[in-house]
Write a protein that binds this ligand. Structure first.
Ligand code: AMP
Length: 283
């Protein structure tokens, strides 16, 4: 497994690999890896000759009051996990190399970024699309692997790729969960033991939505109210949002129609740690 830091060197190495006819799969991450990240590596390995993983806690996608400083980091552990997962190249760029002092460009996607996480994190997605554009330009992969855990992020990146004619295929992989159902997240280690127990309400509220819609409930108001009631069980939690949105344009759904694909999505703060989860539901 090759470890690189310098963007130019990484670009040169990957150019040579691509010119030799090998397919490249790319898994961008912020590190502190878990089985969710490794499932993306595994999928990429199946579908490509070479798998590249980046580890970069991107300052641009954190708001001024968010957890950039506190975001969990452990490079040594990450490298050991990636080695045993069979990653071929790990790229660990430095912020100063990606964002020199005179950096002036922002890439942003409109509309899709207005709902869900975009509402409470207004600068987040522009930070994501700006860094992912840079990473894609440097790695130039054939495929980029992203998790459904961040469904809105996937839709935003997919749209950016389409709108900017970036020659890469975006692949979305399912959410990997802990044995009790909590969606794996690097931030889970920041939860106190009682908050960790209560965090199960996220998945439970999504199950409420799935069950109600499955039983024929068609009132969004009722579904959201029952989801909220479930989230309220967590005394340590502070709800950020509970939404049912159209799975394609992420706009709030007013009326559920048969055959429609919707996304039930929730975000809850436990102290300063913000957890998200979602489920795709076919009405
Ligand atoms: P992050 O390091 O949190 O920025 O995540 C890097 C990639 O891993 C993103 O595409 C995430 O959607 C994906 N990911 C994070 N958690 C999970 C999970 N529990 N299951 C599947 N993919 C995940």
């Amino acid at each position: 497994m090759l470890l690189l830091r310098n963007p130019k060197k990484t670009q040169n190495v990957l150019n040579k690999i691509r010119q030799s006819g090998k397919t490249i799969g790319f898994v961008p991450t912020m590190g502190y890896l878990h089985e969710g990240h490794l499932s993306l590596v595994c999928r990429s390995k199946k579908e490509n000759k070479i798998t590249v993983v980046s580890i970069f806690v991107n300052p641009l996608q954190f708001g001024p009051k968010e957890d950039f400083k506190n975001y969990p980091r452990n490079l040594r552990r990450d490298l050991a996990l990636l080695k045993s997962a069979g990653a071929d190249l790990v790229w660990v760029p430095q912020a100063a190399d990606l964002y020199p002092e005179d950096f002036k460009t922002t890439v942003s996607v409109s509309s899709l970024t207005n709902s869900l996480c975009g509402k409470s994190r207004p600068t987040h997605f522009a930070g994501v699309t700006t860094v992912v554009s840079k990473l894609l330009n440097i790695v130039s992969p054939h495929r980029i692997y992203l998790g459904q855990k961040d469904y809105q992020q996937f839709k935003v990146i997919e749209k950016m790729i389409l709108d900017l004619n970036i020659p890469v295929q975006a692949v979305m992989a399912p959410i990997v969960r802990e044995s009790d159902g909590l969606a794996m997240s690097s931030r889970n280690v920041r939860l106190s033991p009682p908050a960790r127990r209560q965090a199960l309400v996220l998945q439970k509220s999504l199950k409420v939505a799935r069950d109600l819609i499955g039983q024929g409930e068609r009132s969004i108001q009722n579904v959201r109210q029952c989801m909220k009631t479930e989230l309220d069980q967590a005394s340590l939690g502070r709800m950020d949002y509970v939404e049912i949105v159209d799975a394609l344009d992420l706009k709030p759904v007013v009326k559920l129609r048969s055959g429609q694909k919707v996304l039930a999505a929730v975000a809850v703060y436990f102290g300063k740690t913000r957890l998200i989860d979602n489920e795709l539901i076919k009405v």
